[in-house]
Design a protein around this ligand. Structure first.
Ligand code: M6R
Length: 618
């Protein structure tokens, strides 16, 4: 949560930091702030609201924008409500030090009491102000430089952080440190300029070279002199590896779409191809996945697979359960990472744990991985963000190649996660012999068709928009599906609630009669997935039950369907495919539907209230 960015070099820092904040705004957007040092004074502006509001404040508060060093922050509140005072950056008591912070200092209360006893006063409710004053106190009492003071202060801190700290008395350096929250350092030409950010997007047009700090590392970045990286818990210097970024600017811009979410929905055909390219040779019946191939015996000898994830990734995990059990005949449990990590689960070295995460930074998923590893399980990651914490923490893994997903509502992450899970399943089914060669080849051919089918499906956008117009005023909605499409019902409901704030519930269609049916009346839209091979007759009976109680039915059916068309109020057709792969298609109209309803209601589609793209706190 929260995005931090910074610059030190020969260019004006203000536009770089402000543009960086705009790119990081997906990480949190309840307040924003910036500090630029103009050679004499610290110019600091901050406000509740978005980066857009910050720019307005800077224009009106007369703060000078010149200066070749600056740091900025976009916030998702943890300690203290979103207001101007709690916004970052925060000054130390003397006014010499300035900090931006992403994460949580869990022992901030104890530290604060100690600092109050030493004469410090606090203006905000944040844990961050405690940290900057702790750094100041250490600097003063130890008589050391900023880097050492940050290092010593952090050894007293319990929690998670990515920080950037500036010291007015040493204005040619920035100190950054990381534990649990990500931080990347962009290295400019000839070591003359450096960028700091929660991810590489703020500096991608300036440099393709980046250092990703590891947990427990601290970097001292000096203008014209370069970077020194060391461990926080000892003074050992580290040779930081400079990575070449694959990201380009086009990928992180809207490309003519009104919203990132819409762009990302439309990117799915390409994202799915990118995810299976080089891994699936459908005509030869070959599936190659280095992370699975290299660890095949672990998967084949596993007593069970445990999938851990949160939110949309958890829904993809549920689809994975249906795939693995049906095709590869391996028992699967799908767990919310946040529950798994605290419920003392039974995990053995015969378990394979698959952790799914778009961002690769979700705190609960990361903690679940660490727990599983500590019990001896083999942990495999399915992540989108290359080099993310989860991808580094797992024993092996497979990236989804969805490209950057910036809209808070996950779309292409979901379909590419299912694609990876499908490939792993088929690979294991092949290795175990649980499916015949011809069946596997049939599945591979079907999977290869999916991107074209998604492309075709996206053309139904006008129909979905019309349906959205009919139901946009609903206050409650029900989503029903069975088998492979039960997780899609959950995902459809999540998409609607998170961006339009309409209450929605996803249910297995047959469970409706055990409770939710009481909710059905003429005001209740029910979105039912009724694909032709997925317990079709049973779902048709469920639809009849809704109809008999005057519910409004929007059905997602296989093209050519006749029966449901006669009963439902609206019908959306998807192309025919194997039932196992229908989630890759049925989810598309539900994404579009949520998108259009949210737009019609005037909601902020890409930055829904109270949310952030990656949840790096508990
Ligand atoms: O980055 P992750 O996949 O680990 O994120 C997990 C959830 O926070 C995420 O899927 C969230 O539920 C999305 N906003 C849903 O659209």
């Amino acid at each position: 949560m929260c995005g931090i960015t910074g610059y030190i070099g020969y260019r004006d820092a203000y536009p770089i930091v402000i543009n960086g904040l705009k790119r990081l705004e997906y990480r949190g957007y309840d307040s924003a702030g910036i500090m630029v040092y103009d050679g004499e004074q610290i110019q600091l502006s901050k406000t509740k609201g978005k980066v857009f509001d910050l720019e307005a404040i800077v224009s009106s508060d007369g703060a000078k924008k010149e200066g070749k060093i600056g740091i900025g922050h976009t916030r998702w509140a943890t300690h203290g409500v979103p207001n101007d005072v709690n916004s970052h950056p925060h000054f130390s008591q003397s006014g010499d030090l300035v900090i931006v912070h992403n994460g949580i200092i869990e022992n901030y209360d104890t530290l604060k009491k100690e600092l109050v006893a030493r004469g410090y006063t606090f203006h905000s409710d944040t844990d961050t102000e405690v940290l900057i004053n702790l750094i100041e106190e250490v600097k003063k009492t130890e008589g050391c430089k900023l880097g050492k003071a940050v290092q010593l202060a952090l050894t007293n801190v319990i929690g998670a952080y990515a920080i950037a700290v500036f010291d007015k008395t040493k204005p040619n350096e920035l100190v950054v440190a990381k534990l649990g929250s990500p931080i990347a350092i962009g290295v400019g030409d000839k070591n003359e300029e450096f960028f700091v950010a929660s991810d590489a997007s703020p500096f991608i047009e300036y440099t393709k070279n980046a250092i990703y700090l590891e947990d427990g590392e601290l970097a001292i970045i000096k203008k014209d002199k370069g970077i020194k990286v060391r461990k926080i818990d000892n003074d050992k210097e580290i040779d930081a590896t400079i990575q070449e970024l694959q990201l380009n600017l086009e990928q992180i811009e809207k490309g003519g779409y009104d919203h990132f979410m819409l762009k990302e929905i439309h990117e799915q055909p390409k994202a799915i191809v990118d995810t299976y390219r080089g891994r699936m040779l459908a005509n030869e019946g070959v599936i190659r996945m280095a992370g699975v191939d290299d660890n095949l015996s672990k998967f084949l000898n596993a007593d069970r697979i445990i999938i851990v994830a949160c939110g949309t990734s958890w829904h993809a995990g549920l689809v994975g359960e249906y795939l693995f059990e049906d095709m590869a005949r391996i028992p699967v449990e799908v767990e919310y990472a946040s529950e798994f990590r605290y419920r003392n689960p039974i995990i053995t070295s015969k378990d394979v744990v698959i952790a799914i995460s778009q961002s690769g930074e979700t705190a609960d998923t990361l903690a679940a991985i660490k727990l599983a590893k500590s019990k001896g399980a083999f942990v495999f990651g399915v992540c989108n963000v290359v080099g993310s914490s989860i991808s580094r923490e797992t024993h092996a893994g497979a990236y989804t190649h969805a490209g950057p997903e910036i809209g808070v509502a996950s779309t292409k992450a979901f379909t590419t996660q299912i694609t990876v899970l499908s490939l792993i399943t088929l690979k294991l089914a092949q290795a175990k012999g649980t499916l015949s060669t011809s069946t596997i080849n049939g599945y591979l051919q079907a999977l290869q068709q999916i991107p074209n089918q998604v492309e075709k499906l996206l053309a139904i956008d006008p129909l979905v928009r019309d349906i959205a117009d009919v139901y946009k005023e609903a206050t409650n909605c029900l989503y029903l599906g069975r088998g492979f499409n039960f997780p899609v019902a959950l995902e459809g409901a999540l998409k609607l609630k998170e961006i339009s704030y309409i209450h929605a519930e996803g249910y297995p269609a047959a469970e409706m009669k055990h409770g939710p049916i009481a909710l059905i009346d003429e005001n209740m839209p029910v979105f039912v997935i009724a694909t032709s091979k997925g317990h079709y007759e049973k779902v048709v009976s469920n639809i009849q039950e809704i109809k008999s109680r005057s519910g409004k039915i929007v059905a997602i059916v296989t093209e050519g369907d006749v029966t449901v068309r006669e009963i439902a109020d609206h019908v959306i057709e998807i192309p025919d495919t194997d039932e196992a792969f229908t989630p890759l298609l049925t989810t598309i109209p539900l994404q579009l539907l949520s998108y259009h309803i949210a737009v019609m209601l005037g909601k902020n589609v890409d930055q829904p209230r109270n949310l952030a793209k990656s949840v790096t706190v508990e």
